[in-house]
Ligand binder design. Structure first.
Ligand code: SF4
Ligand code: SF4
Length: 97
């Protein structure tokens, strides 16, 4: 069991979840600073294919991130991820492989 970020994060990258994670296990291809710079510049289209991921090894299942996500992209376990987004379970783990 681990927390998983799914499709709604793509292009949203709000980063609220990163700020509350006590073990700093939420990362993506861009740093939070880089994401904020892109958003501040109004260049959100550059984030279309960008999402963040939760490291399933480091995550302590505290649940702090889930209510912070404005687009309900975070699910509390593999089993809770809707079938249509099952591929995101491996995507999260593979990002840290
Ligand atoms: S999971 Fe939600 S809060 Fe975290 S970066 Fe993606 S959209 Fe933002
Ligand atoms: S459940 Fe807790 S430890 Fe896991 S990603 Fe969310 S905030 Fe971080």
């Amino acid at each position: 069991m681990t927390f998983v970020i799914a499709e709604p994060c793509l292009g949203t990258c709000d980063t609220s979840c990163v700020e509350v994670c006590p073990v700093d296990c939420i990362h993506g291809p861009l740093s939070v600073e880089e994401i904020h710079e892109i958003q501040a510049a109004g260049e959100d289209q550059k984030l279309e294919d960008v999402q963040l991921y939760i490291d399933p090894i480091i995550c302590i299942d505290c649940g702090a991130c889930e209510p912070e996500c404005p687009v309900e992209a975070i699910f509390p376990s593999e089993d809770a991820v809707p079938d249509k987004w099952n591929e995101f379970i491996d995507k999260n783990a593979d990002f840290f492989a």
